[in-house]
Design a protein around this ligand. Sequence first.
Ligand SMILES: *[C@@H]1O[C@H](CO)[C@@H](O)[C@H](O)[C@H]1NC(C)=O
Ligand SMILES: *[C@@H]1O[C@H](CO)[C@@H](O)[C@H](O)[C@H]1NC(C)=O
Ligand SMILES: *[C@@H]1O[C@H](CO)[C@@H](O)[C@H](O)[C@H]1NC(C)=O
Length: 432
Amino acid sequence: MTQFTISTAITLLALGVLTQGTQPSELCSKNINAMTQGDLDAIKGCSVYSGTITIDNSGAEELALAGVEEITGSLILSGNVLLRTFQAPQLAKVKGELRIVNQTVLQKLQLPMLMESKVLNLSVLPALEHLDFPAGLTQVDDAHIEDTRAPSVTGFKPEHMHSFALISNNYMKQFDFSAVKDLSGTLHVASNGNALDFQANQLVSVETGDFRNVAQLSLPQLTRVSGDITFNDNNVSQLQIDQVELVKGTLTMANNANLVSASFQHLAKIGGAFSIGNNPQLASIDGFPALNEVDGTVDIAGSFDSYALPALQDVRGGMRLQTTSSKLQCDDLERKMKSDNVVKGTTWSCGANMDESQLQPTLGQEGTDGSSAGNRFPGAKGLANENGGKKGTIGGASGESGATSGTTGALAPAMAASWALLLAGGAAIFGF
Ligand SMILES: *[C@@H]1O[C@H](CO)[C@@H](O)[C@H](O)[C@H]1NC(C)=O
Ligand SMILES: *[C@@H]1O[C@H](CO)[C@@H](O)[C@H](O)[C@H]1NC(C)=O
Ligand SMILES: *[C@@H]1O[C@H](CO)[C@@H](O)[C@H](O)[C@H]1NC(C)=O
């Protein structure tokens, strides 16, 4: 009995020493700068590496980080000018950031086991043609994929995220974002391949959405936007986002050259501004049958014949409608808005039969910060800003009234008689 216990103890001791031998704690728990394959081979025994591994000044063409399954810090590769291939065959988890940036000749990136990385940043990888996560990347809070050559990404499977950015991937044709159900931060898709089909088929909620230069966009389950949502400069012909009920911030739809229809069947409330401009194929504004309340400004410009916001009861900011169509009945609209007290802001304007060149840019149509739009539509920027504290008036009593009358004066001569400008020195003539 005693003998057995001793031999067990000896065995355990031997095992312990053995474990120490393969994973000396000091070797596996520090931040290192690896320059050569030898440096990476030296940590092969560290299945858990407690620290950050940085590879940023290596002259190697090929590097493999074998044996390491988990990194408690970050893995950073940056500016290794000759590196063509990098693989981490056992790496499953990175608790910090997996950052692979500025690797101009990197063609092959193999991460067959990767399932988790708190932050994933793959940027400036202009030679990288394949971006795959064969094991399924199921946990990632923030992901940023910029300037790769990949036509698609496979195995991107997180359900919950904080932020996601897909930018300037010129060859990207398709991105399957369908695993993601919610983002507590920003979803930003811009400047990728002209044909990009971005599929977010299960996405229910997002804080901020910014979609630019996409050819197809699927957001069939999107229900809630807790900030702004922007659709600018896209080549989509159809935007069908019928489940969305609430946009807490501003909804902008501008410069979408081929947009034929925009359908938001359940959208009831917009907490910021509602702006639609320069979508030349959009013949009617009829995709918002449930829209009841807009807390900011309604600013719509285009070639629409009729106004069809049948449920709109409450516009707390001003309202500006501009159309090249001669069919829009501004007088009728004015009567309705007046008698029903729909528009609470002090500015109301409606122009029909306008020349294309007379249309003033809508909020968000120019630039991304609304700065120029603020000039064109006085006070609009303040109105759009939920925290701006200026909601409810355009010009009028706000601090921007000086700018209002100035801008109005400057614009007036350029306007045709059809442009029913109902501003008088910054105050509306409506007795709202
Ligand atoms: C990219 O890496 C190269 C080579 O190390 C370096 O000279 C350059 O400054 C890096 N660029 C950025 C933006 O970090
Ligand atoms: C990723 O890196 C790029 C370039 O260094 C940077 O602009 C971006 O903010 C980073 N994103 C994240 C989520 O770390
Ligand atoms: C936009 O889409 C149309 C078809 O809907 C296509 O003919 C055109 O080439 C696309 N434009 C760009 C810049 O991809």
